[in-house]
Design a protein around this ligand. Sequence first.
Ligand code: ATP
Ligand code: MG
Length: 385
Amino acid sequence: MYDYIIIHYSEIGTKGENKVIFENKLVENIKKALRDKVKDTKKKYGFIACELDKKYDKENLINILSKIPGVAYFSFSKISKLDMKDLTEKSLRLLENLKFNSFKVCSRRSNKGFEKNSQEINKILGELIIKSLNKKVEVSKPDLELFVEVGHKEIFIYHEKLKGIGGLPVDSSSNILCSLSGGIDSPVAAYLMMKRGCKVTFVHIFNKTINQGVLSKINELIERLNKIQLESKLYIVPFEEIQKEIIKRVQSDSRMIIYRRFMMKIINEIAKKEKINVMITGDNLGQVASQTGENLRCIYDSSNLVILTPLIGMNKEEIIEIGKRIGTYEISIKPYSDCCSFMIAKNPKTKARLRDIIKIEEEIENREELIKKAVLNSEERFITY
Ligand code: ATP
Ligand code: MG
């Protein structure tokens, strides 16, 4: 029934001279996402057009495109020749089976050489729809809007605007590292930064003696996030030796902070390797003991990277709602034990002081060595779409 999908982007339009770079990245990402599902994807007159196969799966295409950052909205479209007769025929055929009473026609002409201007097209099509389909014009709140985009080779005709997630195309801004646990928060944090154009590389810190099962969960979470980012790299870093050392030397009420300081140092080492200087965590102020302002200060002090915390001021329900929408929540809630909560006090310190923490940490003399070794022994995985 349809010939093309027309994809509009909003925020990219504000990018001035750099706009082309963002547009090209979005085309590249859409091509990857729709690989074998459409014939061709091209930039045209301020939007992106995907030529549809004869046998296309509309639901599946909607599912894919509604998760690609940078897509503001998209529409299934028919095309007509650059000719008023063909345009009116195709428009009527598109509308004749749809249910609506009131309508409005919105035309736009990139091709100024076309025989009619936008207002004339609106008037001709409007009168025809009134006469042939017995509908009425309504300018402020019509049941249906018919959009007509006159290009240089063809005219696109569509009526439905399906919502995308907006933002910027993945890999058009910064490369960042995400400290990914198997919980609810960190995958949501990763998604929010993907939507801001970041390409996210994941780091999961893993104690194999606690729970092997968490790795399949991490894999599943990243596969879900790949619907947004399309492909991801994951580092799995062994933590058992470090954790054993911490448990031996540090009292249980400070362990969580020391665990996380070591995690930060590991991530900093990986950042050097990956030439990345920004990282994100799923921290959310006040959610658990490690996430008081004072404790976050003690934890973040051990990192030289810019640390973004996109969830810091959100309520748990708000985070869960996003997790449900992107499909990570149902994976996150499967039971698992994170090494962060292994052998810690029931009432950990909530207001740690940095100088005390540093003193405690210095009890572990071979810490540089332990960190280097963990990174050296880490496993790298590529997870594809
Ligand atoms: P989440 O749902 O993200 O697990 P949480 O409420 O369980 O959040 P914590 O376990 O205190 O919070 O962890 C806070 C943050 O520390 C996580 O969001 C994540 O960024 C990081 N983190 C915790 N455990 C790990 C881990 N094993 N590997 C990598 N990062 C981790
Ligand atoms: Mg956690």
